[in-house]
Write a protein that binds this ligand. Structure first.
Ligand SMILES: *Cc1c(COP(=O)(O)O)cnc(C)c1O
Length: 389
């Protein structure tokens, strides 16, 4: 179905930060399949894990024990400080699990119509509940009636949340992204997440973090929340976890960790031996190659390079980065830059109409990072000349 306006290119293979099209032309990948391929393309450790597991056992069922799934859950909990994990096949499904947990938590407290606070310009997925939670009308339009039970607040605004707390008795949770990805690489003030933690503790609400884009090293910590001293009650992951194999996860601690009882939630494919073995290899490789720290260094390098190159550019509003989530906000809609970049054999993205978004793989070399800086800044310079002032 025509769900995507696709670019006129098809890739047939890839290696590291490079993709090759049908004609054998090479492209530098500054998007990683939207924050998925953190280890780049054809990483030997990922390939080996997939091949070995494919030759051993692909799938049994969650009706039986799955040792690879248990190992991955243990490892994720060790890295994140969470206690239990539910495995899904995508980000939206991980968020569905989180939303169901929040509702169950409310019903267990005797709240008949539990509500979850969500924020403006958020993105949580395309299923009915997650598009209802999403703060973007374009994602919702045409799919009404929306799922009820969400209250909308502005992002990066603690007092708006405190205000809701004073009059709403039905709130059971807050769900936010530590950095809004689709929303335009929006980075909240430091203290925002800790403020949410404090409010959730005072009110008895669950703090749910959607780390589907920010997680797995991308921001320069394993998880976005680890830049502040706090622990969420629920966290969702997907994108970078499988480096391209479809896997999502909903992690929980304390009361939220044991709300689901047998029969309350499930997935046929979720957490099968192939995807969980591969995700374990992804985590091991990120650790062994020191890529979490590297993401912070590379992000800094790209941010500084772009700031220097675009210093005098009249179209520039702001360059934002949190590790390797980089957003260049311009004064005018700039979607055409994606096709301009493609002609230069560079893969980038534009989101929220005016924000060039870069999500390169964590295995980038300094030279590749510098090449991205140079190409992107030249593209923006050329584009700027055609803009009204
Ligand atoms: C991509 C994304 C999702 C949806 O994940 P899918 O795997 O596409 O369902 C949800 N939340 C955030 C923050 C995302 O970036």
């Amino acid at each position: 179905m025509p769900t995507y306006g696709r670019l006129p290119v098809s890739f047939v293979k890839g290696s590291g930060a490079w993709l090759e099209d049908e004609a054998g032309e090479r492209y530098l990948d500054a998007l990683s399949g939207i924050a998925v391929c953190g280890l780049g393309h054809s990483h030997p450790a990922v390939t080996a894990a997939i091949c070995e597991q494919a030759g051993t056992l692909l799938h049994t069922s969650n009706l039986y024990g799955i040792p690879q799934q248990q190992k991955l859950a243990d490892r994720l909990c060790e890295l994140s400080g969470m206690e239990n994990v539910f495995f899904s096949n995508s980000g939206a499904e991980a968020n569905e699990a989180a939303i169901k947990l929040a509702r169950l938590y409310g019903h267990n407290k005797g709240i008949d119509n539990p509500s979850i606070i969500v924020v403006k310009s958020s993105f949580h997925g395309r299923t009915l509940a997650t598009l209802s939670a999403t703060g973007n009308r374009k994602v919702q339009a045409g799919f009404e009636p929306l799922v009820s039970g969400f209250i909308r607040a502005p992002y990066n605004d603690l007092s708006a949340l405190e205000e809701i707390a004073t009059h709403s008795k039905e709130v059971v949770a807050i769900m936010v992204e530590p950095v809004q990805g689709e929303g335009g690489v929006q980075i909240p003030d430091s203290g925002y997440l800790s403020g949410i933690r404090t409010l959730c503790d005072q009110q008895g609400w669950l703090m749910i973090l959607d780390e589907i884009q920010t997680g797995i090293g991308r921001t320069g910590q394993w998880f976005g929340f680890q830049h502040e001293a706090l622990q969420p009650d629920v966290m969702t992951l997907a994108k970078g976890l499988g480096n391209g194999l479809p896997i999502g996860a909903c992690l929980a601690q304390e009361e939220a960790a044991t709300l689901f009882q047998p029969g309350m939630h499930g997935s046929t494919f979720g957490g099968n031996p192939l995807v969980t073995r591969t995700a374990l290899a992804v985590l091991d490789t990120i650790e062994k190659e020191g890529l979490v720290k590297r993401a912070a260094e590379l992000g800094e390098r790209i941010q500084q390079g772009l700031s220097t190159a675009l210093k005098e550019n009249p179209q520039l509003c702001e360059i934002r980065n949190h590790g390797l989530m980089v957003g260049i906000e311009l004064k005018h809609p700039c979607a055409s830059l994606v096709a301009d970049a493609l002609k230069q054999k560079l893969l980038i993205n534009v989101t929220a109409e005016r924000v060039v978004r870069l999500l390169p793989p964590l295995i980038l070399s300094n030279d590749e990072a510098d090449q991205i800086v140079s190409q992107v800044s030249q593209l923006i310079e050329r584009w700027s000349e055609e803009q009204p002032s």
